[in-house]
Design a protein around this ligand. Structure first.
Ligand SMILES: CC(C)(COP(=O)(O)OP(=O)(O)OC[C@H]1O[C@@H](n2cnc3c(N)ncnc32)[C@H](O)[C@@H]1OP(=O)(O)O)[C@@H](O)C(=O)NCCC(=O)NCCS
Length: 270
């Protein structure tokens, strides 16, 4: 599937093509692995091998009933889809039947930033998941994703990237789940290493077949709990699940840019 569209008014002469990676050995898929490792911190990412495996599995077998339907989408300027140096960005995620969409990772090459590529990848990902859900005869109530807000003392570049992220999320209609620090395992730690603290993530939801008003605090607790259960295999009663959703927690949706708190000169979030 190849889809063409102008990227944005900022890049009028160039079209970007977004397509699905179906060959893990393709140089473009390899280029995506390099971009992935370059643009995301080690504690935010799973091993690329797992993503590669899911690319291979798509061509070999149909997803089993109820199983995840995973997609890696790539973007490059028209006519350069075979040039690894021209890879503009990627997005990876899945439909989780009976739950919703889960966008795991997105990244745009330095040279292609602020040209609408990130927005384009999100929109295309939403469309692909709609097709998946339609094939199952299911609605697609929402797509959810996580993002790590930098530590208050993190370098300015990390805060700049956080601003870019929250603006992008805003642009694609994502809403911040205020009131929840989603505690996820640290993928950079060894499995036996119990001392590495979990990574607190902010969550963002794009309402699709469910209106924004359907995401009451109770529903949001279900959505957040569902993410723990389905993605991280943490059940109620486990430390990470219960620390993410303490009894008094009342999540609510707010504009994504409200999550883009800035660092004051004294290093506080304002
Ligand atoms: C975050 C990221 C994906 C944005 O991709 P992008 O292609 O540059 O985003 P877009 O061009 O589609 O821009 C989307 C919005 O964000 C804004 N934006 C993008 N970069 C920005 C920056 N550095 N500062 C301020 N705003 C920025 C754009 O202006 C646009 O908003 P607008 O439409 O209101 O003008 C990209 O910076 C990136 O790959 N960062 C590193 C990896 C990462 O953080 N991934 C996200 C993991 S959750």
């Amino acid at each position: 599937m190849q889809l063409q569209q102008s990227v944005s008014a900022k890049m009028p002469a160039q079209k970007v093509i977004v397509w699905e990676a179906l060959d893990a050995t393709d140089p473009m898929t390899k280029a995506a692995s390099q971009l992935y490792e370059k643009t995301l911190a080690a504690d935010e990412r799973i091993p690329w091998m797992w993503i590669e495996q899911s690319v291979q599995d798509r061509t070999k077998s149909k997803p089993r009933p109820g199983g995840w339907s995973r997609h890696l989408l790539l973007a490059a300027p028209e006519g350069r889809q075979d040039d690894p140096d021209a890879l503009a960005g990627y997005v990876y995620g899945a439909l989780l039947p009976g739950y919703g969409g889960y966008l795991c990772y997105v990244g745009v090459a330095d040279w292609a930033r602020r040209m609408g590529v990130g927005g384009r990848l999100y929109e295309q990902f939403f469309k692909v998941l709609r097709v998946d859900a339609g094939e199952l005869g299911e609605p697609l109530p929402f797509v959810i994703w996580e993002s790590h807000r930098p530590d208050p003392l993190a370098p300015a570049a990390d805060w700049e990237n956080w601003t870019a992220r929250t603006r992008l999320f805003d642009r694609v209609g994502g809403l911040w789940v205020d009131g929840v620090d989603f505690l996820s395992p640290n993928f950079a730690a060894d499995e036996e290493d119990d001392d590495v603290p979990p990574v607190p993530l902010q969550l963002f939801v794009k309402p699709l077949d469910s209106p924004e008003s359907a995401f009451t605090p109770e529903r949001l607790r279900e959505v957040v709990g569902g993410l723990h259960e389905r993605v991280y295999h943490n059940q109620p009663g486990s430390v990470l699940f219960d620390s993410t959703l303490p009894v008094a927690c009342e999540p609510r949706l707010r504009p994504a840019r409200a999550a883009g708190a800035q660092k004051s000169e004294r290093g506080e979030l304002v």
